[in-house]
Write a protein that binds this ligand. Structure first.
Ligand code: SF4
Length: 381
């Protein structure tokens, strides 16, 4: 049993559902995904319905359906899935309901179907508009399909977010600038952009070890990040987190709930939840997940209670990645801990290194700290 802290029993107001199906596996992907196993979709829809039955009808402010590729489901599967969600959760009147989608799956009919089910935010995995880069990333769409998907989603649903990758193998600063220019010309309201990381277990990892992939240089990666910040600011999409850009009204409320350490539910293979002060992660393998649920067992593979100390550390580590920073008074109240005692030395060291600045009780990354955000975050963990 975790030591108690004031926020431990807060009711979840956010939920994440993981749909693991994709047409193929992209070379850099280390998510919980199955490619070419559409025969499992009906079993998955039954299993996810069972898992959501354990949720106790929460009232949600945000629901995020990710993957994998949720829009890989066909029209009748998508109807069944959305009806199942509606049976197990209540959604606040102004709830943010996001679906991830890949450009090659989006057409007006499918976007209308999502809209009819209440989806009011589409997060499109574009990654690039450059034909060579798209091919190197092993994505399944063309630039023209990505542009058409954004325009269709913007017309029907309005609130469109786009994911881009930079510092891909062989990518130049000029290619990245063209990607940014293209994205920011389109009717998007939110942009997430991440430097490519080559994760263990991916095809890219194996190719990198064989010397077949040359990652972008550090100087180029920093230049690309600087270009990202400049271009988004000029386009009226201010940075609100290390990798996220949007006007205040279009910030992703679901991700903010994660970064603020609020409780959330999760369902699906590999999905991670945070509830009653405990982090749980479901089995990553879709077939294991299905077999566990079908045999009446819990799909949870890992379960770890957080104590007040770990909770405060996580609130600081995730909170400091937001551009508005993190409020020390709030962290102290929510964890029940004395932060001067706990983080006094760390804060002084980070301030001396010009990585953070302190404004009363609010701690923020400096422009230099933004370049070393992972180092700053890990200093609190
Ligand atoms: S589409 Fe997304 S989730 Fe699917 S394999 Fe590619 S990167 Fe992974």
């Amino acid at each position: 049993m975790a030591a108690d802290w004031p926020d431990r029993t807060a009711a979840p107001r956010a939920a994440y559902i993981h749909v693991p199906f994709c047409r193929h596996r992209c070379g850099y992907c280390n998510f919980s995904v199955v490619a070419g196993r559409d025969d499992l979709i009906d079993r998955f829809l039954t299993a996810i319905d069972h898992e959501m039955q354990t949720w106790d009808q929460p009232t949600l402010n945000t629901l995020f359906v990710g993957g994998g590729t949720p829009t890989h489901l066909n029209a009748s599967q998508l109807d069944r899935f959305c009806q199942s969600i509606r049976r197990h959760v209540r959604l606040a009147d102004d709830a943010e309901i996001s679906f991830e989608a890949n450009p090659e799956d989006i057409d007006t009919t499918k976007v209308r179907q999502l809209s009819d089910h209440g989806v009011n935010r589409i997060s499109l995995g574009v990654q690039s508009f450059d034909a060579d880069k798209i091919q190197r990333l092993e994505r399944g769409h063309t630039a023209a399909e990505a542009i058409a998907a954004i325009e269709t989603a913007a017309t029907v649903i309005g609130n469109v977010s786009v994911d881009l990758i930079f510092a891909a193998p062989g990518e130049s600063v000029a290619t990245w600038q063209r990607d940014l220019d293209q994205a920011l010309k389109l009717p998007i309201r939110h942009l997430s952009a991440y430097a490519l990381t080559i994760e263990k277990g991916t095809q890219f990892f194996a190719r990198h070890r064989k010397g077949e992939l040359r990652p972008a240089g550090e100087d180029d990666e920093w230049q690309m990040y600087q270009d990202l910040r400049d271009a988004t600011a000029a386009a009226g999409m201010p940075q609100y987190e290390v990798s996220n850009f949007a006007p205040p009204a279009n910030r992703c409320r679901h991700n903010i709930a994660y970064w603020q350490g609020q409780a959330w539910l999760a369902a699906g293979p590999g999905a991670a939840a945070f509830l009653n002060g405990r982090r749980t992660v479901n089995h990553r393998s879709t077939t294991t997940y299905l077999k566990r649920i079908e045999s009446g067992h819990s799909p949870v593979a890992e379960s770890e209670p957080l104590d007040a100390d770990q909770y405060a550390r996580e609130l600081m580590a995730f909170g400091v990645r937001m551009i508005d920073g993190v409020d020390l008074t709030s962290v102290a109240r929510r964890s029940g801990l004395d932060l001067n005692e706990k983080f006094g030395d760390t804060l002084r060291r980070l301030i001396d290194d010009a990585l953070i600045q302190r404004d009363g009780d609010r701690v923020r990354l400096t422009p230099r700290g933004l370049l070393f955000a992972d180092t700053v975050a890990s200093a609190f963990l």
